[in-house]
Design a protein around this ligand. Sequence first.
Ligand SMILES: *[C@@H]1O[C@H](CO)[C@@H](O)[C@H](O)[C@H]1NC(C)=O
Ligand SMILES: *[C@@H]1O[C@H](CO)[C@@H](O)[C@H](O)[C@H]1NC(C)=O
Length: 204
Amino acid sequence: MKYLIALCLVVSAFAQAPKPCDSPPQWEAREIRQDYSRKFEEFRKLSYDETNRRVREVEEILLGSDKEYVDRLYLYNEAKNYSLNLKTRVCTVTALSRPFRHRGVFPGAKFDGIFNIGAVGVPGEVVAVQAFSANGTDGFYTGLVTYPSCYPVQNLFFSKENGFEHSDYFDLNIGIVDLNVFIPPQECIKAEEEMKKKKIMPVV
Ligand SMILES: *[C@@H]1O[C@H](CO)[C@@H](O)[C@H](O)[C@H]1NC(C)=O
Ligand SMILES: *[C@@H]1O[C@H](CO)[C@@H](O)[C@H](O)[C@H]1NC(C)=O
């Protein structure tokens, strides 16, 4: 009887291979982005809106560094890419060079497993996460999300064009505090008006 129960448990564990969970469609977080092929690491404030397919990434400035910092706004429904250099305040407006990239769980992703981060058995010191992977239109993708709420923890993306890109999310909040983050900065609106006057279309 014991064996039978054990067998039933195994069978039901297989039968319930989790379906991809739904990550919240709108959230904000701090992101650490590592791009191994271009050898850079960036700290960003990220606002992510899957419903309206728009993303804002504002680089966090480290005092005393002479690096260039960029404030990026991607509006996928309008195919617009705004890049504001935070030092020179010069904005570049181009067409978007890649499709919208899902964060959290990719649609139709395959379940790869569930495990714990932190110290197992110590109350308050452990978080269960689920791992998913998928072949997206422009590359291979993995996503780690908390269980059961499906909040994004990490995404890895591999494409032939860009190699490995790695994002870790911290201090995540559900929803967008100020929807104005998806309005281009003044410098970008001006740059776009100048382009329109000169009849220049945004180019990649
Ligand atoms: C957006 O434009 C910037 C500056 O021209 C460029 O470096 C970046 O690759 C573009 N990103 C996308 C996703 O099109
Ligand atoms: C993605 O495609 C590769 C190569 O075709 C395959 O080995 C892999 O299992 C696929 N992964 C998923 C999650 O579909």
